[in-house]
Design a protein. Structure first.
Length: 417
């Protein structure tokens, strides 16, 4: 037990490290499902006798399933509990991965990818809610940063692994790997995850749910922080639909070379997250966010300049993305915390809606990029616009008064673990 202002505060049900590892595992399945799959996209055009625009729907529908499902799985976790909802949605992901392996047509694969998005949605939603159930303020931001660090490892190597697997065993092996990852997550949830909220079905009654979402949608603090995430992190998902057709089709990289080039993006994010972890100790998570937006703005402005002056290459495309990814690592921990911290009584709903905007940003960005058609032009316009929208939302967010609940004082580093 800890003492805060004379009151006893019980130790959390799970330690920071345990929460970080479990949450990182269930969150990672989302970006892994993107980056592991992208090297196979040009090959799928040939394998199914389809077109680039149709194959891109395997990502766009994944985004759609991910975004829409978050509006459901978050509130469900508020009512039924974090653990059972996580278990059920990951089983959906597992079954859809098996369906993708045996997909007889591109339409069946698109449907399987939609269901994969539905299942993977639980990771982002429940992880934020679990962290909010147990921690807040700097401790919450510290955990989100550690999750970012762990997330940076697997997705960093996923495109390379996906390219190698596709070259050796075919595109179906990628989905077999996803199914295996789902089995590991299901086992981890069953044996290691501790329930963090009591079962309360009143939280998922339509009237209560509508009231919760109405509260969030009319709260400027929440909405602006969500737009920051939608623009900043949504750009990552939009890039996933564009980069394979620039670097592989236009530049001429092989699937393996494409995977190696993607290490530039993931490595810069990982290095940024590692640096953030050190800086948070001295300055706090929120004070270092402006540094991140410097990187986002530099990357956003450099993309149209370089792609306008020079032909696409690994350097002209990935160089600006390195700055963008590095900057996003500074933004994510604080803004992820800001989107749920003031709403402990409906953390699942807040996490769901924030995640919906985040993935919705990726969906809208990918659809606009598909509508543009020309991948280089889409890269030079859509990604910078998303970065600048996120920056503008942050500038306005800083002027919005912080809700009272976000000022709750919690134990310091290392206490209560």
């Amino acid at each position: 037990m800890n003492m805060i202002s004379g009151a006893k505060v019980p130790a959390p049900l799970m330690s920071e490290r345990r929460v970080s590892l479990i949450c990182a595992l269930i969150v990672m399945i989302g970006p892994i499902s993107l980056s592991l799959f992208t090297p196979a996209m040009p090959e799928l055009v040939v394998a199914f006798g389809s077109t680039e625009s149709v194959v891109k729907l395997t990502l766009s529908l994944y985004f759609a399933g991910f975004a829409v499902a978050q509006l459901v799985c978050g509130p469900l976790s508020d009512g039924f509990g974090r653990k059972p909802v996580t278990f059920i949605f990951m089983v959906i992901y597992l079954l859809s991965s098996v369906l993708a392996v045996y997909a007889p047509s591109i339409e069946a694969l698109i449907a399987a990818r939609f269901l994969q998005g539905v299942g993977a949605a639980v990771g982002t939603t429940v992880s934020r809610a679990v962290v909010r159930d147990l921690f807040t303020n700097e401790r919450s931001a510290r955990i989100m940063n550690l999750i970012s660090l762990l997330m940076g490892v697997a997705p960093a190597f996923a495109p390379t692994l996906g390219g190698v697997m596709m070259g050796l065993f075919g595109w179906q092996s990628i989905f077999l790997f996803m199914a295996g990852a789902a089995v590991v997550i299901v086992a981890t949830v069953h044996f290691a995850m501790v329930e963090t909220v009591p079962r309360d079905l009143s939280r998922i009654r339509p009237r209560a749910l509508a009231r919760a979402y109405a509260t969030l949608l009319t709260d400027r603090y929440f909405m602006l922080s969500s737009v920051v995430l939608a623009g900043g992190l949504g750009a990552f998902y939009t890039q996933a639909t564009i980069l394979p057709f620039i670097l592989m089709t236009r530049v001429g990289l092989t699937a393996t070379e494409f995977g190696v080039s993607m290490l530039m993006q993931s490595a810069s994010f990982f290095v940024g997250a590692l640096l953030v972890r050190q800086l948070m100790v001295r300055f706090g998570a929120f004070r270092i966010v402006p540094v991140g937006f410097v990187g986002i703005v530099v990357g956003s402005l450099a993309l149209p300049v370089l792609l306008g002056l020079y032909p696409p290459s690994v350097l002209t495309v990935m160089g600006p993305i390195v700055f963008y990814s590095f900057g996003t690592a500074f933004v994510m921990p604080a803004m992820s915390t800001a989107s749920v911290a003031p709403f402990p009584h409906m953390a699942g709903a807040a996490s769901s809606l924030a995640g919906f905007f985040q993935m919705g940003g990726g969906l809208v960005g990918s659809l606009v990029a598909a509508a543009i058609g020309e991948p280089v032009l889409a890269m030079a316009t859509v990604i910078p616009c998303m970065g600048l929208i996120a920056t503008a939302a942050y500038v306005v967010w800083r002027r919005v008064p912080e809700p009272a609940l976000a000022r709750v004082v919690l134990p310091g580093p290392g206490e209560g673990l």
